[in-house]
Design a protein around this ligand. Structure first.
Ligand SMILES: Cc1ncc(C[n+]2csc(CCOP(=O)(O)OP(=O)(O)O)c2C)c(N)n1
Length: 657
């Protein structure tokens, strides 16, 4: 049996339709329920893909939370939110879990518009304490009494926002509970000074004893007053100071409880109840195991942090993994770093996702995993660049949002040679709106000094990286999740030159006319003046370039087409575009980003700034919305970025429809 202790045939899970159904269960029943939940999550994630290890790790914690507190009155803010599958199961979405992350199914992260039990949307790390503190302050101002809880992992605690919020919450004396879900892992092994500090706490069994002391005393006295609780807290604090010097959490104003076994529901419930008796900010240190109960994930928690569908018995992926942009990036980087010892790589806790594992192995001294701290990553990169190194910083597009000011203030304004690799650019699919990378072109384009590039395939990514290492400027290279488009194979790759687009298909006026006449002569046996076909410029960028070529091939018998790979959003190759547009008078743009301030917007500005006349233009991009979850192909179809729709729109544009 994969999940230990699961009694076959028992079905507690089907009887749980809301947290209220939990409240009357015995501890034994809750234990059984925990195992059933594990089995269910394992089945669903092995089928749909998704976050596995973190969810298996919080089964007991989530049962305990919903046993003690009452949502939606009490607020539970889940940091990152990738570990909320159990919460979703217990709050009326058991059946819906089967469609989690699928188009029109429930989301893989908390969504306030999905359930009133989800009190705050999350997806990006380290926001929970700020949000819960905000809710607590709003509660106090409105004279309410509910409990506000942030559940945050030890990985997320490395993020600056979490530390900013702890600083504020501790000092504020506001009633708020922070649950530190400590599994010693971020996606990979957690690192940093905070982790070292937690390591000391993890070993302190004594705290549990002091907690038990408090609990016993509280429960033996009927109607405990705040005064007594405070006295006990003071004793406890003094006692702890003897055990651990520099008790950080207590020193900044929190009451520290724990550590507690995060897989013991009874102990968890009692510490949660205890925390509710204590005034002010509290932090409960809960020790959990990532992947708990599924031995394959326990052994490889990072591999099963976020997984594609897999075979439960072996843990092997159902579909063989193809090479992807991140891996191509990582491999090329190692090659470049071998001949250039100035190159350093920085990751914000995503060495596997961004393809840096090999770099770390080859150049441990030039590799920096700085925690889930994108802002710090960027400013530190700026510091290294200032002193002559060439930092390469791959971060997912949606997480670059967090480091925007650092890109502007620390890199661009000082014109520093940092190569910012924007991984997972464009629509990423099942992770949904918090993770879609549709905004980066728009927000980076606003920033002076930045060079912004996007490759059409793997080879062009390699060329761009090589080029970027030599170009002494702040550079953004954006590329999508997954592999290159295999429909169009590009044999030719022009040399990369600053701000130069690549013309992939050109209309040659003279040749075109002659070809058409001979063709018509052949077909009809008589000479007729070739009727002019409509003309069109297709301008595309990044992963949309192969699509542009494929579209052109399908309609080139009806329309004379130029296809231009923009390559650079900044500097923009105005001359090449103006020449083409003036020739064809019809233009479409295709990009995998928002319609605002991207490729299409830039071409429109070009047309209007240069007063190009009688031009028909249509831009294909994502609308000014947050893009929901679903497969990339499904989303492209919904938002009109599929080939069929684009071809139809082109035919209308040139009056052939
Ligand atoms: C700003 C930001 N950067 C990176 C990520 C990617 N990410 C998702 S979960 C995770 C690790 C979280 O570790 P922890 O908080 O300890 O939770 P655990 O998964 O271990 O339960 C990371 C880096 C993110 N969600 N947000």
């Amino acid at each position: 049996m994969i999940i230990e202790n699961l009694k076959e045939g028992k079905n507690m899970l089907e009887q749980i339709n809301s947290p209220n159904d939990l409240k009357n269960l015995t501890q034994k029943q809750k234990k059984e329920l925990a195992q059933e939940i594990r089995k269910y999550i394992l089945e669903v994630v092995s089928e749909n893909g998704g976050h596995l290890s973190s969810n298996l790790g919080v089964v007991e914690l989530t049962i305990a939370l919903h046993s003690v507190f009452n949502v939606p009155e009490d607020k539970i803010v889940w940091d990152v939110g990738h570990q909320t599958y159990v919460h979703k199961i217990l709050t009326g979405r058991r059946e819906e879990l089967k469609n989690i992350r699928k188009l029109n199914g429930i989301a893989g992260f908390p969504k306030t518009n999905e359930s009133e039990s989800d009190c705050f949307n999350t997806g990006h790390s380290s926001t929970s304490i700020s949000a819960a503190l905000g809710m607590a302050r709003a509660r106090d101002l409105q004279g309410k009494k509910n409990t506000c809880i942030a559940v945050i992992g030890d990985g997320a605690l490395t993020g600056g926002m979490a530390l900013e919020a702890l600083n504020d919450a501790g000092y504020s004396k506001t009633n708020i509970t922070v649950i530190l879900n400590d599994n010693e892992m971020s996606i990979s092994k957690n690192i940093g000074g905070m982790n070292q500090f937690l390591d000391k706490l993890r070993a302190k069994k004594l705290y549990t004893k002091t907690n038990r002391l408090i609990k016993n005393r509280l429960s033996s006295i009927p109607g405990i007053g705040n005064k007594l609780v405070k006295i006990i807290q003071r004793i406890k604090r003094a006692f702890k100071q003897l055990v651990v010097h520099k008790m950080f959490f207590e020193d900044i104003g929190f009451t520290y409880l724990g550590p507690v076994d995060g897989h013991n529901i009874e102990k968890l419930e009692s510490i949660l109840r205890l925390s509710n008796q204590i005034e002010g900010p509290k932090i409960i240190h809960v020790l959990t195991k990532k992947g708990k109960g599924y031995s394959i994930a326990e052994k490889n928690p990072d591999k099963f942090h976020a997984t594609s569908p897999f075979v439960i018995e072996t843990g092997e992926p159902k579909k063989e993994k193809q090479t992807d942009y991140s891996k191509v990036f990582g491999k090329k980087l190692v090659e470049l770093a071998k001949s250039n010892d100035k190159i350093v790589a920085i990751t914000a806790s995503m060495k596997d996702g961004t393809g840096l594992r090999m770099f770390q192995k080859e150049f441990p001294n030039r590799f920096f995993d700085i925690g889930i701290a994108e802002q710090h990553a960027i400013t530190m990169a700026a510091g290294m660049a200032k002193e002559g190194m060439i930092p390469i910083v791959p971060i997912y597009s949606s997480f670059y949002q967090r480091a925007y000011d650092q890109v502007i203030h620390d890199i661009a304004m000082q014109n520093l040679h940092v190569i910012m690799c924007v991984d997972r650019a464009g629509v990423v699919g099942a992770d949904g709106e918090t993770h879609q990378g549709t905004l980066d072109m728009a927000f980076f384009r606003l920033v002076p000094n930045l060079v912004i590039m996007a490759p059409k395939d793997f080879k062009e990514l390699e060329d761009m990286l090589e080029y970027a290492v030599k170009l002494d400027k702040p550079i953004v290279i954006r590329y999508p999740r997954g592999g290159e488009d295999t429909k169009t194979k590009f044999e030719k790759h022009d040399k990369i030159e600053l701000g130069r687009a690549e013309i992939l298909k050109k209309i040659d006026e003279k040749d075109k006319l002659e070809n058409q006449i001979t063709q018509i002569e052949k077909e009809n046996g008589y000479k007729e003046k070739a009727k002019n076909k409509p003309k069109l410029s297709i301008i595309a960028i990044g992963k949309m370039v192969p699509k542009a070529m494929s579209i052109a091939e399908k309609i080139q018998d009806k329309i004379d087409i130029e296809v231009i790979n923009a390559r650079f959003l900044k500097p923009f190759d105005s001359k090449t575009f103006i020449d083409s547009i003036n020739k064809t008078k019809n233009v479409i743009t295709i990009e995998d980003g928002t319609i605002i301030n991207g490729l299409g917007a830039t071409v429109k500005e070009l047309i209007s700034d240069n007063k190009l006349e009688k031009i028909k233009i249509q831009c294909f991009a994502y609308p000014d919305e947050f893009i929901k979850h679903g497969k990339v192909e499904e989303l492209e179809e919904i938002y009109g970025l599929d080939e069929k729709n684009i071809i139809n729109k082109i035919l209308s544009l040139v009056n052939l429809n």
